[in-house]
Design a protein around this ligand. Sequence first.
Ligand code: SF4
Length: 476
Amino acid sequence: MKITQAKINELLSEPGCEHNQKIGEKKKACSQQAQPGAAQGGCAFDGAMIALVPITDAAHLVHGPIACAGNSWGSRGSLSSGPTLYKMGFTTDLSENDVIFGAEKKLYKAILDIHSRYNPAAIFVYSTCVTALIGEDMDAVCQAAAKKINIPIIPVNAAGFVGSKNLGNRIGGEALLEYVVGTAEPEYTTPYDINIIGEYNIAGEMWNILPLLKKLGVRVLSKITGDARYQEICYAHRAKLNVMICSKALINMARKMEERYGVSYIEESFYGVEDMNRCLRNIAAKLGDPKLQERAEQLIAEETARLNVELAPYRARLKGRRVVIYTGGVKSWSIISAAQDLGMDVVATSTKKSTEEDKARIKQLLGTDGITLEKGNPQEILRVIRDTNAEMLIAGGRNQYTALKARIPFLDINQERHHTYAGYSGMVEMARELDEALHSPVWEQIRKPAPWDMENEILSDSIDFDVFDLSEEVLV
Ligand code: SF4
């Protein structure tokens, strides 16, 4: 699949994405140019890898300099219940000579080598800035290799310079649509077959959800981006419903599957009791069987009754604790909902990467007093923590040092986390983590002045301790 400017424009103006719903005179967010000097997150290559690497029985070969592979390798905690081949880092490791004379033969040999040593279900081959710039014809090499070894070899033309990580996610989705979905048939189908798209099985979150769906009587035909097997994506077109979780990343895939195969889609979240309940209800309603809807209500009643008992001690300890949330996209409201379910007081949240619909939900959840951070940086987050007297920061791993500077506990909510927060059992895990972080005795120690400061204070006979010191020294 060639990535032309027309294809990029099509993906950037994806009509299924809320960002592209023009509101008043507002500019289309997906096609906004990167601002010089502003951090943009990962490149398109990184985004495509994020979307496709969770296909666990496939090999993922990076055609480029070794640093591109190193840049994205192993950075996400997407787990597998079986094959571990996806964790292996493969690269053609281009040298200066390859850049000058071309590396198509090297790529061809690498594909054959991977096949003979690891026998993967398929091989995804990723272009990078260097291979795109020197004009490698990856599609032709993949085609020739596929003919030779008779397994699917899928070119993913998402060189870093074509755009952002989000665009790369969508290019990954396009590759699946063009080369994988619709290429096989399942052994049998049922009226209760669904696909899950956009759940990356970070720390094993998918495994909190699958038993619930099984209890409900719904079959997950294909888990497209988490703990996936190549074969199940081939017959994803036979599902009756696509359930989108991180709705913006692969929205193009869901919309086009609706267009091509008539598989409708819904956008849901697995975080928090309310959202999990709504998700089960919506799946049952969309599949259109009244008995399934009855079962959903029964399951929700059982699960919430059990959950209320398990959460009771945590709710008592977390009630009213003030928290700032700094994350992106759908999580910016779904985590508010989860924290509020635990009785916590969310005083501020970020709206970065959020759509107008996400922002409306945030407003509804936070009320008029809630603060929204459009663009956050450590100084801004520290200021909000100080102004709101927040006791905890829930954010991505990069912000843990901001929390430490404010001397408050921190909960990692992004892709590097090691705990599962999705589903009902995830709520208990989240409550436990929040409770342990908030009530750790270390905070009392940390907030005490250092011994040498105490000596000075005794000398000067005045205590002037400010836990939210925003001096330049602290913000370095
Ligand atoms: S921007 Fe280009 S060179 Fe850098 S990691 Fe992405 S693909 Fe590799």
